[in-house]
Ligand binder design. Structure first.
Ligand code: GDP
Ligand code: MN
Ligand code: MN
Length: 252
């Protein structure tokens, strides 16, 4: 059977401001269908949630000063990252942290790209909750059942090239478990889990781009992944104890 999916951007999204109704803007500019996967760049979710800030009035700690000195960064910026981190995995030459949501990324995902000069943008406080809220509002506006994936662009260990990754989900199970399924030769798969939310994020990110495209929302159509249960992106994060990479970093 031939398989096929569609991915397209939602046109005419304005520059997003604090308090903007993202679900309303999306529904005004595209015809939503049941089972659509609505993929939204965290940048615009954060903007709509008012998560911009400046470095004014931040006093760096001694630790922030040390890390900042090695990285050639503004120590107030380093402090802003540490304030948003549960654990600092690497201080320099890259500032790799685990956020309070369990997402491991550079600089806690704080970004100044696609934000007004002088302002910084931090990740949504609870991206799963943001995704759930947007899916609920789309349901209220259209009576369509959609999945929502919130993305950010992240680097990857071992590979050059950043990709879109999922940092929040609603109405989609972020991992597909292939255990128990058979391969082409009847062998039963034992440990294969597929990170479908990240694959969707990567696909959407191809259309979003990273620059001035103005395409923060992509609809993926043709996959039926909608579920009505509670889901969380946290199911994709390895727990500290079973993460050998993290153990390795701690022993550096
Ligand atoms: P991130 O991956 O979540 O950090 O977001 P990016 O900064 O890479 O932006 C992803 C896409 O959204 C790019 O096409 C940007 O041009 C676009 N974008 C970012 N902010 C806005 C906005 O406020 N309005 C619109 N229309 N597009 C935006
Ligand atoms: Mn980002
Ligand atoms: Mn991006």
């Amino acid at each position: 059977m031939q398989l096929k999916l569609e991915a397209f951007t939602v046109e005419n999204i304005p520059l997003i401001k604090n308090g903007d109704d993202l679900a309303g803007i999306i529904c005004d500019n595209t015809e939503i269908q049941d089972n659509d996967i609505v993929v939204i760049a965290s940048t615009v979710v954060s903007k709509s949630e008012g998560r911009t800030f400046t470095l004014d009035n931040i006093t760096p700690s001694r630790r922030a000063l040390e890390i900042a000195y090695k990285n050639g960064e503004d120590p107030r910026f380093t402090q802003a990252v540490l304030d948003r981190s549960r654990e600092c995995l690497v201080g320099s030459p890259i500032l790799l942290v685990e956020t309070f949501n369990g997402h491991v990324c550079i600089k806690a995902g704080i970004d100044d790209s696609n934000v007004e000069n002088g302002l910084l943008l931090e990740l949504p406080a609870d991206p799963d909750a943001s995704a759930k809220q947007i899916a609920g509002e789309i349901w209220k506006l259209t009576s369509k059942r959609v999945s929502v994936v919130i993305t950010d662009t992240n680097g990857r260990a071992f590979k050059i090239g950043q990709t879109g990754v999922a940092i929040g989900v609603s109405h989609i199970v972020p991992i597909k478990d292939w255990c128990g399924e058979e391969d082409l030769f009847g062998k039963v798969l034992e440990i294969t889990e597929e990170g479908v939310a990240d694959e969707i994020a990567g696909t959407a990110n191809l259309l979003m781009g990273e620059g001035d495209g103005g395409n923060p929302v992509v609809i993926i159509r043709g996959l039926v992944m909608y579920v009505d249960t509670d889901v969380t992106i946290k199911d994709t994060y390895r727990s500290g104890g079973e993460d050998i990479i993290r153990k390795g970093l701690r022993s550096l």
